[in-house]
Ligand binder design. Structure first.
Ligand code: PA5
Length: 444
């Protein structure tokens, strides 16, 4: 269960202001729950945890079983933005930190990601790996027309078709139910397909097949993830000042609007959560950053980044606040030993576990940053596992919808993403863009 602690903001805000923003967040709650706000045809994510049928999970497992039977040991997951960040976040969070290097038989194929950039070196090096392994691919694009995944898929598909007689059985597409180039190709080639529901946008899609299939393929328990999300779905459906998402939405909007804290830094103290930061940045950045408004979402990993970004957070321009993802319990124990010579002078820590040091670093940093003028929101989970991660996904999605409505923004569109695409298509001389090509060339 996700818990929000606003104690680290109390010296920055007064009760009256918090009450004002709590009231705004409660109004936003009504808008989200009654489905009366902008973008309300994209609210399918709200009931995914409780309504995902067991048959969908079994279908994902059937793909895993079929590929295991073929000896597949590498799955290339192709997608960008909301079509890959949730899966990547979950797989990184739930994997052993050194899964690749550990000896022994692997229980699941290795999952790697592609189609999330246009780097030629990245693709060439991906193909170096692909050439050494037994490969299958999952291509994910709701629109079915996004350039980055389309380019990567063309290359991986060509390789699979040249290499395997059962090529079409090694390709699964996750896309719209009826439209788009990927849907057309899948029907023509007979690929197994999964549907991205019409009423779920990319960045809210981690609990659809977009996230579930790659997570299943990587060997993790999506039933537990959905159960954790379902618990949050139930908890967050209760209106009130103690609703954890309402509290978070109220405080971050208060810090932004009244105190000019325009940057929110998502902090974690566990390297496994690096991609939680990437997923969260996309969710909040694409949902809120429009109409010349929005909190700029950034992320850091402490204590690593205390030795890089820590200086700015402590002493730089006072425009930011932190949201710390607090993990209460470590899944592993490492005790610091005693050393008779004590040359490193660490014997005062002998007998303590490393997570105790991490917790004290976290507390010391909290106090230092508050002293330095950085308010801190704490979002706690018990431990890093599939159940809690599911809860965290749902919590941040729900709170994002609320927050954007407090700001007066449609959380479910992304009109700004089109601008670069138009220029890129014009520069690449895509048919149909002749006028833009002429205009853009005149500017260069
Ligand atoms: O959140 C979103 O809607 C976007 O980030 C999309 O997921 C991203 O642009 C990829 O789109 P598509 O799945 O259509 O290829």
């Amino acid at each position: 269960m996700v818990k929000v602690n606003l104690g680290g903001c109390s010296s920055f805000v007064n009760d009256a202001d918090y009450k004002e923003y709590l009231a705004k967040a409660l109004d936003a709650f009504d808008v989200l729950e009654n489905e009366t706000g902008a973008g309300n045809d994209f609210l399918g994510w709200k009931h995914l945890p409780s309504e995902t049928p067991e048959s969908l999970i079994s279908e994902c497992e059937a793909v895993k079983d079929a590929w295991t039977a073929k000896g597949v040991d590498l799955v290339v997951v192709i997608g960008i933005g909301g079509s890959y960040l949730g899966a990547r976040c979950a797989i990184e969070a739930l994997s052993h930190n050194f899964a690749k290097q550990l000896a022994g038989k692997k229980e699941a194929p290795e999952v790697v990601f592609a189609g999330n950039n246009l780097s030629e070196e990245y693709l060439a090096e991906l193909m170096d790996l692909v050439a050494q392994r037994n490969v299958a691919t999952v291509v994910i694009s709701k629109s079915g027309t996004t350039t980055e995944p389309a380019v990567a898929f063309r290359i991986v598909k060509e390789y699979i078709e040249k290499t395997y007689s059962d090529a079409s059985e090694r390709i699964v597409a996750i896309t719209d139910a009826s439209k788009g180039a990927l849907k057309t190709l899948s029907t023509q080639e007979g690929y197994k397909t999964f549907v991205v529901p019409d009423n779920v946008g990319g960045r809210y899609s981690v609990l659809t097949p977009v996230g579930l299939l790659p997570i299943v393929l990587a060997g993790f328990d999506v039933r537990e993830m959905l159960a954790g999300a379902a618990e949050m779905e139930k908890a967050l459906a209760v209106k009130g000042g103690e609703n954890e998402a309402v509290k978070y939405a109220a405080m971050r909007n208060l810090l932004y609007s009244k105190l000019g804290k325009k940057i929110e830094v998502l902090v974690s103290y566990n390297p496994k959560f690096q991609y939680l930061g990437e997923w969260w940045k996309q969710l909040y950045g694409e949902s809120e950053g429009k109409d010349l408004k929005g909190i700029f979402p950034a992320s850091v990993n402490f204590t690593t980044d205390l030795h890089s970004m820590g200086q700015f957070i402590q002493d730089g321009d006072r425009v930011l606040f932190e949201t710390v993802v607090n993990v209460e319990k470590s899944n592993r124990t490492v005790i610091i030993g005693s050393d008779p010579q004590n040359l490193d002078q660490l014997n005062y820590l002998a007998g303590k576990n490393v997570e105790h040091c991490n917790a004290m670093a976290q507390l010391g940093t909290k106090l230092a940053h508050i002293d330095g003028g950085v308010p801190q929101i704490e979002v706690s989970i018990e431990r890093i596992d599939a159940f809690n991660l599911g809860g965290l996904f749902y919590f941040f999605e729900f709170a994002c919808g609320l927050s954007a409505y407090v700001l007066g923004i449609n959380p479910f569109n992304q009109p700004g993403v089109e601008a670069y695409k138009k220029n890129m298509f014009a520069l690449l001389e895509k048919p149909g863009y002749e006028e833009q090509t002429k205009a853009i060339k005149a500017r260069l």
